[in-house]
Design a binder for this molecule. Structure first.
Ligand SMILES: [Zn+2]
Length: 328
């Protein structure tokens, strides 16, 4: 199989979102395979495997969505649910910096792992997924909220684009753990991958047909228009992607896109590099502590000092309690 048409451009490599367009099908999207950046973020947390995998999916989703922002700013993805993992927070900044963390009940996660109930819906439970675009203090924040009710983050992404943006969209996410032996030591590494494909025809009336999708409540008749042939074809191609293709280092994003769309012609654009970079700082933590009441400051003192650990990157900040008036 020749891939000359794709290989003409230097490969994006790991941790770079690759924008693409299939003009013949009126679809555009982005694909990514994450390696070192994902590993650094997950290794820093040392979460249980099922939580790492879930956070990995959220990181990929945040890159796929955030890398479409046209202005400087931040894309924040946050879940608030009643399951063993009750909160995920991932943010992606348009300089490519990203971070993420998960809050979970260790006993409930251990029980879920023991029972083999580690699919995203079981770990998250029911609640909401909020997606926020923050373009700085001068601009208003935009927030879209969709329900999470036992489904995957892919499902929630589809709901978001159907309800809020009304753009026919397919999202795929996958995370896998690889093991290798290096100089006798067992080395475990995480890889993740994902793809977003959106139908963006010039004539907007061609978009309407997709919207009901397969999500109608049981027993309810859905008046659906004819789905556009181009979008039907794009969806069926995306439907052939297997999870292992998304994480396989031998199937980089260009190769996957070529595999899917070579008959139609796929054009890729400059990749957007992602880096592991937390936006915490001593000044920000100080600002937070300055907003504490005297009582809260008193409660924060341990061994005569105040130590704050960033939940995203693990960096530790130490302060002298005397520096804070505690609002008095
Ligand atoms: Zn941090």
């Amino acid at each position: 199989m020749s891939e000359a048409g794709v290989r003409a451009v230097a490969p994006a490599g790991d941790d770079a979102a690759l924008p693409f367009e299939v003009a013949a099908l009126d679809v555009r999207g982005r694909a990514i395979q994450m390696g070192p950046v994902l590993n650094t973020i997950l290794a820093g947390h040392a979460y249980p495997d099922s939580v790492s995998k879930l956070l990995g999916e959220a990181l990929v989703l945040a890159v796929l969505l955030g890398s479409s922002l046209k202005f400087d700013g931040k894309f924040i993805l946050q879940t608030d649910t009643d399951g063993p993992v009750d909160m995920l927070v991932v943010d992606y900044r348009t300089d490519g910096g990203m971070r993420g963390y998960a809050r979970f009940d260790a006993e409930k996660v251990a029980a879920a792992e023991a029972e083999g109930r580690t699919e995203p819906g079981a770990l998250l439970g029911k609640g909401v997924l909020a997606m926020t675009i923050d373009q700085g203090p001068e601009m208003s924040r935009y927030q879209g909220i969709v329900p999470l009710d036992g489904g995957t983050l892919e499902d929630a992404g589809h709901t978001y684009f159907r309800q809020s943006e009304q753009i026919p969209t397919r999202i795929r996410l996958a995370v896998a753990e690889f093991q290798s032996r290096e100089t006798g030591e067992l080395v475990r590494t995480w890889r993740a991958g994902g793809l977003i494909v959106q139908f963006l025809p010039k004539a907007p009336e061609r978009m309407q047909a997709d919207l009901p999708g397969g999500d109608a409540p049981e027993g309810m008749e859905v008046e659906a228009g004819e789905e556009d042939d181009a979008w039907v074809e794009a969806q069926s191609l995306v439907g052939t992607i297997e999870d292992h293709e998304l994480t396989d280092p031998a199937v980089p994003a260009e190769r996957l896109l070529f595999r899917l769309f070579h008959e139609r012609g796929v054009r890729v654009f400059s990749p957007i590099q992602v880096v592991d970079r937390c936006s915490c700082s001593r000044e920000k933590v100080e600002g937070l502590l300055e907003s504490f009441s005297a009582e809260e400051i008193a409660e924060s003192i341990e061994d005569g000092g105040i130590a704050v650990t960033c939940e995203f990157c693990g960096r530790k900040y130490a302060f002298d309690p005397d520096q804070f008036s505690g609002g008095s």
